[in-house]
Design a protein around this ligand. Sequence first.
Ligand code: ADP
Length: 209
Amino acid sequence: MDLTKRQQQIIEIVKENGPITGENIAEQLSLTRATLRPDLAILTMAGYLDARPRVGYFYTGKTGSELLTERLRKLTVQEFQSIPVVVHENVSVYDAICTMFLEDVGTLFVVNEYSHLIGVLSRKDLLRASIGNQDLRTIPVHIIMTRMPNVTLCFKEDLLIEASQKLIEKQIDGLPVVKETEDGYEVVGRLTKTNVTKALVEMGRDERI
Ligand code: ADP
């Protein structure tokens, strides 16, 4: 992340004088504590500085790549997930194909009458059914989907890095983000390779601190 001149000055002051209170840093820069507060918050969140109550700020000495890794490991699924697209288990393969085009997604989640997740449909699942020369308007999707308990899923609180690992291990494009209910999983989101790519780009551009 690019630091402002003032933020760099703060780091230098803390490096030399830490632990040092916010009040004292402000004094050295002839600024008020309030003016400094956002900078101190940014530097602490980014990991350059650490703050201990009643002691003050001190320099962590972490390198840029250590800080980046730390930030990457803190990202969670909910920060990057998309809206899920679900279809009912009795919808035809034909209608599922239409939904996939209309909603512009590569993975559909299949639910039962209680809106609980029961399966997943990918582009290839639908293509495979289509080349079988069957009447796509009469085959319900539950016949061709990948079904529970074989569906790989994640929760919104999960770490992005762990969910991404599942995508790689299972060689799939997306995961349903679910919420556990008494008698099944409710689909609350969708985490795809595109979401993970976006996270990577944001990190690279330092849009996240
Ligand atoms: P595509 O088939 O279009 O290449 P995927 O690689 O995501 O897309 O899907 C490969 C297979 O894995 C398909 O049969 C699909 O039903 C299944 N699949 C997709 N997502 C999941 C998931 N989250 N859990 C379990 N199986 C999945």
